[in-house]
Design a protein around this ligand. Structure first.
Ligand code: TRP
Length: 316
């Protein structure tokens, strides 16, 4: 990026942050979680004993990999929405021996290319064609040397749950489009359960999730010159039973004024900034949402306690 474009992009981002802070409930986009430290903290979250989703999803993949690979079929193009460095992707690539191509799609170019080169080292026979794109908008697919028989979109981690219902539906529609004729979607969806288990997963005893949440403000202070008083904030993770989601917030323990860009804000004592939602689904609710985007759920795999689901959907 040239200096001018990167400054323009920064300006847009400051505008976007200010816009969020002007809402009736202040909010900041979860994309600001992920600076280098944020990415490391996120990795650490996935290894926490209380954070059940990662281990549970990985277990489901392991236990059912033969069936999953069978459904993906031969000579498919596997298109992963989000970074492709995860263990779950590796389980798929190890077992789906006759993929035509693997297409990881991510907005962060450095991260994407690094993950792609790691995977190339481990899967030398597989063509890997990374695409730098914001996957919430339609993007062009690359042309692999082997013509794929069908596209299978892969979206693990229950990342779908981090979108509001409308945005999740829009995203599923982009997936529908990218999947194309005879295409399919393999997706991880976290399930509704005792809210205490969910709250514990997002408020771990080691305080890693709290640190991850707080790191967002540290990131903003460094990157955009804001002056949030970090020490005054605490992490909050509450399950909202009406909306079926865990809600992450940063709560200011004192009145403070914050400046960012050309603007000034005040936060009352105990006023919160919303940083992320993570929706939890019933199997029926998920099927309904998928259907609204044109998908039919063909197969659902869960763990024995029905904590998490991996679902295979086809275009209706
Ligand atoms: N999508 C996963 C979830 O909602 C992982 C995740 C995204 C997450 N953002 C997070 C986990 C913030 C903890 C905190 O669980």
């Amino acid at each position: 990026m040239s200096q001018a474009t990167s400054r323009a992009a920064e300006f847009d981002e400051v505008e976007e942050i200010i816009e969020g802070l002007k809402q009736p409930e202040k909010m900041i986009s979860p994309k600001y979680f992920y600076d280098d430290r944020g990415s490391q903290l996120f990795e650490a979250i996935t290894a926490l004993p209380e954070y059940y989703p990662t281990e549970t999803e990985l277990g489901i993949m392991h236990d059912n990999i033969d069936e999953i690979v069978e459904l993906i079929g031969r000579q498919a193009s596997l298109i992963e929405f989000g970074s492709g460095s995860s263990l779950k992707t590796r389980v798929l690539l190890e077992h789906a021996k006759d993929l035509a191509v693997y297409v990881p799609v991510d907005i962060s170019e450095d991260h994407l290319l690094e993950a792609a080169s790691d995977l190339r080292a481990d899967f030398p026979a597989l063509e890997i064609l990374p695409v730098v794109a914001d996957f919430t908008q339609p993007f062009a697919l690359p042309s692999p040397s082997i013509m794929p028989l069908r596209n299978v979109v892969y979206f693990p981690g229950s990342t779908i749950g981090n979108f509001t219902e409308d945005a999740a539906l829009d995203l599923l529609r982009v997936m529908y489009q990218e999947a194309g004729q005879d295409g399919a979607l393999l997706i991880g969806a976290d399930l509704q359960k005792d809210p205490e288990i969910i709250e514990r997963a997002y408020n771990d005893s080691a305080g890693v999730t709290a640190e991850f949440n707080l790191n967002m403000l540290r990131h903003l202070n460094r990157e955009f010159g804001s002056d949030f008083d970090l020490d005054a904030f605490t992490h909050s993770a509450e399950y909202n039973e009406d909306e079926d989601r865990i809600e992450l917030r940063l709560v200011s323990g004192k009145f403070q004024r914050v400046s960012i860009g050309a603007e000034d804000f005040s936060l009352d004592k105990n006023e919160a900034i919303l940083t992320e939602y993570s929706h939890k689904y019933t199997l029926e609710g998920f099927a309904e949402m998928a259907a609204a985007a044109g998908f039919e759920v063909r197969h659902v795999w869960t763990d024995k306690d029905e904590m998490f689901s991996v679902q295979y959907c086809v275009r209706k």
